[in-house]
Design a protein around this ligand. Structure first.
Ligand code: ADP
Ligand code: ASP
Ligand code: MG
Length: 416
């Protein structure tokens, strides 16, 4: 019996009706003779509700670290409820099933509360249960650290729980059920022109996830790529017997027709910081970014330019909007030491990225991007590139228009 891992996101377990609909997909796999583990998210909106409660109750910084330990105990609780409910529903359907919390498996993680990384997973007990024909319903998003404290894997982390579990139990595939029937050429909520992609390479999916396509958590794609987990994205809103194939995320060489540009991805959760008049001397940038790294703040799109004052430079970077206040706070603490003049922060920015493996070998992708934005009168603040991606930072009010214009300009609505 082949082992498989299925994962149901928040909208797929949003209430008992949706949990029963998701259970029908599990039933189909069990009846097909698979040994099944199911990873679940919290009900849609529940994690946000729990995060808001923590914010309301928590002490302000500097007690932030202590707050995050309890934060994880609280925000992980949504998954405890849905794992129990799905196990109950499966039992009522006549199947053997039980829930597993992160600490019961366990999913061992590092100490980084709120953004923990999985160190190891004990797979014997859960693998044995699966092979006995018991459906293992696993609470996603949560782990446990060396101090036996509950940790969480970052927002959207149930995807990573599912892929990690699939890797350690040697699953034949890992199916991610959500509210869209696959990965699209852009977020299908933004334009009707968005088209489902049948197969996408790990590399492109990784790039898309890391620039903000929230359909899969970045870490989950990284892990699938490292361990060769066959990952599919499917809709739990289609009927289970419709035979929908969703999107397969696989090795590049399994994809016959390769596009130059595969997708346009917006990220509305960006904020820009500009540090003005930093002394133009070795070690100043290092001082700024070391401080941000110590605070566990991820940064992106770094640009250094000459300041109007000779001997000084301006340094801009982007960070997640959620991290902006902390970034400003920790940079404030080193102002005297670094000797910069002032700081500017801007939440009204968005990052738009075009991603495609074909960029490795084709010229002209950047010029189409810049020309299209220029024709639409959209100003670019920052640019960053990788081998298979070009990102621009623009005003957030222009972001949706930019996505639609670029989707058009690269002809992404046409099936390949
Ligand atoms: P879940 O709760 O099931 O984990 P998420 O909300 O995290 O679901 O992810 C699914 C959502 O991702 C979709 O509703 C869609 O709006 C969004 N999304 C963003 N970019 C894309 C894309 N390129 N293809 C498909 N969905 C996308
Ligand atoms: N419930 C968590 C979140 O909303 C984890 C997940 O859904 O993947 O981020
Ligand atoms: Mg998700």
């Amino acid at each position: 019996m082949a082992r498989i891992v299925m994962k149901f996101g928040g909208t797929s377990v949003a209430n008992l009706e949706r949990i029963r609909a998701s259970a029908a997909f599990v039933r189909r796999e069990v009846e097909d003779g698979h040994s099944v583990a199911v990873v679940v998210s919290a009900m849609a909106g529940e994690t946000n509700r729990l995060v808001a409660l923590c914010e309301e109750a928590g002490p302000p910084a500097p007690a932030l670290d202590a707050r995050f330990v309890e934060h994880d105990a609280i925000v992980s609780s949504g998954e405890q409820v849905t794992s129990g409910l799905l196990a109950l529903v499966m039992q009522q359907m006549g199947f053997r099933a039980r829930s597993w919390q992160g600490w019961q498996i366990p999913f061992n993680t590092d100490e980084s509360h709120g953004k923990a990384r999985i160190r190891s997973i004990e797979s014997n007990a859960i693998g044995d249960a699966m092979d006995r024909g018991e459906v293992a319903v696993v609470a996603g998003f949560q782990g446990v650290n060396r101090e036996a404290r509950i940790t969480t894997l970052g927002r959207g982390g149930s995807d990573t729980s599912a892929v990690a579990l699939a890797a350690v139990v040697g699953a034949e595939r890992c199916d991610i059920y959500t509210d869209v029937d696959g990965v699209y050429t852009t977020d299908p909520r933004l334009t009707k022109q968005a088209r489902r992609i049948g197969k996408i390479s790990y590399e492109e999916m990784l790039e898309m996830a890391s620039v903000g396509a929230k359909v899969l958590q970045t870490r989950s794609v990284e892990m699938a790529m490292a361990h060769g987990v066959r990952l599919r994205v499917l809709s739990s809103f289609d009927p289970p017997d419709a035979g929908a194939s969703g999107t397969l995320i696989c090795d590049e060489d399994e994809i016959v027709e390769q596009n130059i540009v595969t997708a346009v991805t917006p990220d509305f959760n960006e904020a820009a910081v500009t540090v003005l008049a930093v002394p133009d001397e070795p070690g100043r940038a290092a001082g700024l970014f070391t401080k941000l790294a110590e605070a566990n703040i991820n940064i992106d799109m770094i640009v250094q330019s000459a300041s109007r004052e000779p001997g000084f430079a301006n340094i801009s970077f982007t960070t997640k909007e959620d991290d902006l206040d902390r970034a400003v706070e920790v940079l404030g603490e080193v102002q005297a030491q670094i000797g910069y003049k002032s700081l500017q922060a801007d939440r009204n920015v968005a990052k738009i990225s075009v991603v495609g493996l074909g960029m490795k070998s084709h010229a002209g992708v950047a010029s189409i991007m810049f020309q299209t934005l220029a024709e639409k009168g959209i100003n670019i603040h920052n640019i960053s590139t990788s081998e298979i991606k070009i990102s621009v930072l623009i005003d957030s009010d222009a972001a949706e228009y930019a996505v639609r214009s670029l989707h058009d300009a690269y002809g992404l609505e046409k099936a390949n």
